[in-house]
Design a protein around this ligand. Sequence first.
Ligand SMILES: Nc1nc2c(c(=O)[nH]1)N=C([C@H](O)[C@H](O)COP(=O)(O)OP(=O)(O)OP(=O)(O)O)CN2
Ligand SMILES: [Zn+2]
Length: 118
Amino acid sequence: MYRVSKEFHFSASHRLANLPDDHPCARLHGHNYIVVVELAGERLDNHGFVRDYRELKPLKDHIDDTLDHRHLNDVFGHDGVTAEFLAKSLFDWCRTRWSEVSAVRVSETPKTWAEYRP
Ligand SMILES: Nc1nc2c(c(=O)[nH]1)N=C([C@H](O)[C@H](O)COP(=O)(O)OP(=O)(O)OP(=O)(O)O)CN2
Ligand SMILES: [Zn+2]
């Protein structure tokens, strides 16, 4: 099995308003998010690719247009925009376009990662 991945970046604010008031993440704050999309395949195409990284450009456009420099509670219309939620949401968006997508990972801080892998 081959696995390839590409990294995307965006900055956004959020507030996990369902957490207790004394939890720091219940307050308005922001992250420099990192998103890694992983694709898997048993076979390579004629160019030796699982899929050309350049074909993932629509994901960069989607992130830039809908998430970058936005308030994520407003974007999604709820107060639970966790890293886990973003990983699943971006996985679903990618999977409708590229069948090889096998996982999406999201980092909010240099020390934390959430992954969605069905
Ligand atoms: N499982 C999850 N836990 C937390 C999430 C999340 O999305 N999934 N999100 C947050 C906060 O939004 C934010 O990411 C803060 O995380 P935290 O690790 O507390 O960040 P710090 O930089 O403050 O960590 P230090 O250990 O103090 O450096 C919280 N939890
Ligand atoms: Zn946060």
